[in-house]
Design a binder for this molecule. Structure first.
Ligand code: NAD
Ligand code: UDP
Length: 314
């Protein structure tokens, strides 16, 4: 049994990771400032005697003793939320990385960074392998997130080279599932909530831009495998290589909700919105014997069930 710290543990991905590690018998410490995370994501966990919550902003240094492993997830992930206070988003990625790396050194803990496909920006290489250095705007509206995450990767590798910090980096591609915040603003949650409420489905731009959607359980499996593996730091892509246009996603959700009276409407495309995104997962297959097993329709049905419950409870 290890003692595991999960920063951003009250968020969408973090809450699933907390559950998984508690189920495996670990002691879990969830650190969160509750900017986009929520207590309701932790409701089923809070009675567990091996689970504790620290309310803290990772921008500030933190002391926690006896930690064996750290998953660093603290950072708003939806464009809507990370652009709300871009300077704080950058501090969260950069100061946050320094603070968890210092904590890892003090505890001699292994530390995993939740990086992102956004490090590839609007990619010229398709699909994206880890060896691609990316096409990122350093001064746009998305830069606070993209460049913050890129800088965090740099810090992880510099700590590894300078202090022999035991690091892992995963680059996460668009992930969805239960425990997403209904007001999060990301495409899967927006479309499902809109369809359930019979409101217009808002496609930004033409809807021809693509994303590759990964179900949460597949991601958590990949993250745990990366944390457990010896002698491989990554970065490694974790995503589902099945690529869809945003319009296809909207149509799929309407097909799965035949009673919905929602219609598709088109809105302005936000600036720097990547035109396409698809992970090359050869490295993950080779190094951690991982690939996604849950495909879009199955994952969407589970997510729809979750949002139905959330909307009924409101
Ligand atoms: P989320 O917004 O649901 O979770 C982020 C969590 O971090 C929230 O609980 C939030 O309150 C917390 N947080 C934010 N700033 C903080 C701070 N300064 N101090 C402490 N806590 C803070 O998002 P998510 O989808 O669960 O994403 C988790 C991580 O995975 C993020 O680092 C994100 O960049 C990364 N990621 C997610 C995706 C995805 O598709 N979901 C894709 C790529 C990368
Ligand atoms: N998007 C959309 N309608 C929405 C929300 C998002 O058409 O209501 C588009 C968005 O412009 C982008 C894609 O869906 O092209 C994925 O957006 P999301 O915010 O989920 O993630 P990211 O852009 O970070 O991949």
């Amino acid at each position: 049994m290890s003692k595991v710290l999960i920063t951003g543990g009250a968020g969408f991905i973090g809450s699933h990771l907390c559950s998984r590690l508690l189920n495996e018998g670990h002691e879990v410490v969830c650190l969160d400032n509750f900017f986009t995370g929520s207590r309701s994501n932790l409701k089923k966990l809070e009675g567990n005697k091996h689970f504790t919550v620290i309310v803290h902003d990772i921008v500030n240094p933190i002391e926690v003793k006896g930690i064996d492993r750290i998953f660093n997830l603290a950072c708003p992930a939806s464009p809507h939320h990370y652009q709300f206070d871009p300077i704080h988003t950058l501090k969260t990625s950069v100061y946050g990385a320094i603070n968890v790396l210092e904590l890892a050194n003090k505890n001699e803990a292994r530390v995993l960074q939740a990086s992102t496909s956004e490090v590839y920006g609007d990619p010229d290489v398709h699909p994206q392998p880890e060896s691609y250095w990316g096409n990122v705007n350093s001064i746009g509206l998305r830069s606070c997130y993209d460049e913050g995450k890129r800088c965090a990767e740099t810090l992880f590798f510099d700590y590894s080279r300078k202090f022999k910090t035991d690091i892992r980096i995963v680059r996460i591609f668009n992930t969805y599932g239960p425990n997403m915040n209904p007001n999060d603003g990301r495409v899967v949650s927006n479309f499902i909530v809109q369809a359930l409420k019979n409101e217009p489905i808002t496609i930004y731009g033409t809807g021809k831009q693509t994303r590759s959607f990964q179900y949460i359980d597949d991601l958590v499996e990949g993250m745990v495998r990366m944390m457990d593996i010896q002698d491989f730091s990554g970065p490694v892509n974790l995503g589902n290589p099945n690529e869809f246009t945003v319009k296809e996603l909207a149509e799929k959700i309407l097909y799965l909700l035949p009673d919905s009276t929602s219609e598709i409407v088109y809105k302005e495309l936000p600036s720097d919105d990547p035109r396409r995104r698809q992970p090359d997962i050869s490295l993950a297959k080779d190094k951690i014997d991982w690939e996604p097993v849950i495909q879009l329709e199955e994952g969407l049905l589970k997510t729809i069930d979750y949002f139905k419950e959330v909307l009924i409870a409101r």
